[in-house]
Design a protein around this ligand. Sequence first.
Ligand code: COA
Length: 159
Amino acid sequence: MKRVIYPGTFDPVTYGHIDIVKRAVDLFDEVFITVAINPSKKPLFTTKERVEMLRESLKEFKDKVIIDSFDGLLVEHAKLVGAKAIVRGLRQISDFEFEFQMALMNRKLSGDITTIFLMPHERYTYLNSTVIRNLASLKADVSSFVPPNVQEALMKKFK
Ligand code: COA
């Protein structure tokens, strides 16, 4: 059973993240998507809301995708769920430095967990959750960037 973990803040999940999940689902038997409880970020959505949005957005993959949250070290959580690899998305060259550092640090912390980078479709390379939150707060149409349930949740937050 090839099991991987895809961590992130997902505040909120976008079609860019979902593109990565689809690629991971094609490659692995089980994909654990884990929402980071990151004290250095002040998320718009609670951890529970982010988990629920992911569940609803990814329900067509429910046989292969498991969604949870974690606090603490990613490699420890990866071990806990039995994942041998960490999946991260690489959108553009500016992601590389941070991702490279994180991958090497995680390898130092746990030599038997490998980081794998997947590239989303180029139509999502300029997307991130901050842009989506900003657009939604200004009442812009975000329907081409996030699933309908996320769009609804954003509209509620900014009504
Ligand atoms: N499509 C769209 N947006 C994407 C994307 C994609 N495919 N991939 C990443 N992004 C965006 C995210 O939306 C996020 O945007 P935002 O900053 O505007 O909210 C941004 O890129 C950062 O991505 P994310 O995957 O959420 O990374 P992060 O930097 O918030 O979190 C963790 C990284 C959680 C994996 C990392 O901090 C971690 O492992 N923490 C646990 C502690 C630990 O183990 N530390 C040691 C590691 S060295």
